[in-house]
Design a binder for this molecule. Structure first.
Ligand SMILES: [Zn+2]
Length: 360
């Protein structure tokens, strides 16, 4: 599934989509030889943080750099691209949280690079480090040797200690705009020699919410249909589908302000192994459609995945509902969209949202 992502992973700054201001600043630093010792890349997942980190590591070490771009041909570029360089270390702090890894890293920093100009340490999800590990890292950041470059990446900047942040040059990655992801998907399908209807691509981009990686893995699912021309109808077989009946049932509990039924219903779904994030997304999506329907918009492009029977059900459901009630419901669900996956009790944010909605 991730083959598309690997195959088309950008190998130079030019190919990275979005993040214009970040690319420009980094490229300027490379061209003028003004490399910092510590960078902090923060921002949502799938927006290019580790991709840019790797390109940066390549560019500052490449033997035939062209302006600020790595050549991707020399042995150094090839080694780094293939993840074979001893001087480029990537640590995933989500699975290596402790002080041992950071101590190891400190030891590693002490020795000059094997054969590269710079040793580059990429620490992904750096906010996951333990306090002791942060302290050890801080010591290293305070007196880095001239050949060491640290790139810390995080999706949760608020969990990174201020002492660390203040030692780094900080870059905030943002979600990639709809049209830029759409254009990228178009380039990929062209290279793959497969025709995919525009509506399919738009639906993929919409679902990936600014995350390039998600858009590529959804595209990979669609391409796995192994057809030369993929239509919306075919694509709907593999794209994550709205469990329409389930979502409609859930919404009907909410509209009746039936807190108990809504919570029990949601908990049953979670116990049944439901992907909570997808469910919340689908609920928002259906609520948005009811909002449009209620506002007199009945565009085929909006309702392509809802058949006539379910549209009728939806219509009956919202007949007596106030527009503002729907707006409030959507707001509550949007507020919990990003929190659910990080909560110790995954369904808690959803339960709180249900209680708020039903007590309004
Ligand atoms: Zn090179």
């Amino acid at each position: 599934m991730s083959t598309i992502y690997r195959k088309y992973r950008p190998r130079n700054f030019f190919d990275v989509i979005g993040q214009e201001h970040i690319k420009k600043t980094l490229q300027n630093e490379i061209e003028h030889g003004q490399i910092s010792h510590a960078y902090l890349f923060s921002g949502p997942r799938g927006t290019g943080k580790t991709t840019v980190a790797r390109i940066f590591a390549k560019a500052i070490n490449c033997e035939n750099r062209k302006d600020s771009e790595p050549c991707n041909k020399c042995s150094i570029c090839e080694e780094i691209s293939a993840n074979r360089s001893f001087d480029i270390i990537e640590i995933d702090a989500a699975s290596n949280r402790g002080i041992d890894e950071i101590r190891e890293l400190r030891d590693f920093v002490r020795f000059t690079p094997n054969h590269l100009k710079y040793k580059v340490f990429v620490i992904d999800e750096v906010h996951m480090l333990t306090t002791e590990a942060f302290n050890a890292l801080l010591k290293t950041l305070e007196e880095p040797p001239s050949y060491a470059v640290f790139i810390l990446a995080t999706t949760e900047i608020h969990k990174v200690p201020e002492t660390i942040i203040s030692r780094c040059q900080r870059f905030d990655f943002v979600k990639v705009p709809f049209n830029q992801i759409l254009d990228r998907l178009k380039i990929i399908i062209k290279k793959e020699g497969i025709e995919v209807d525009e509506e399919v691509l738009k639906s993929i981009v919409y679902r990936s919410e600014g995350c390039v990686r998600d858009s590529e893995s959804l595209l990979a699912q669609v391409l796995s249909l192994d057809s030369k021309h993929i239509t919306l109808e075919e694509a709907s077989l593999v794209l994550p589908k709205t469990q329409l009946a389930t979502v409609l049932q859930f919404i009907s509990h909410l509209l009746k302000k039936d807190t108990k039924s809504a919570i029990l219903f949601a908990n049953d779904l979670v116990d049944g192994g439901l992907d909570l994030k997808q469910f919340i997304f689908d609920t928002i999506e259906i609520l948005r459609k009811t909002l449009l329907l209620k506002s007199g918009i009945n565009d085929e492009k909006v309702f392509w995945e809802i058949d006539k029977e379910n549209q009728d059900k939806l219509n009956a459901l919202i007949k007596d509902v106030e527009l503002l009630d729907l707006v409030n419901m959507i707001k509550e669900f949007i507020a919990i969209q990003s929190t659910s996956e990080f909560s110790e009790i995954p369904q808690l944010p959803l339960e709180l949202a249900i209680i708020k909605i039903c007590s309004k």
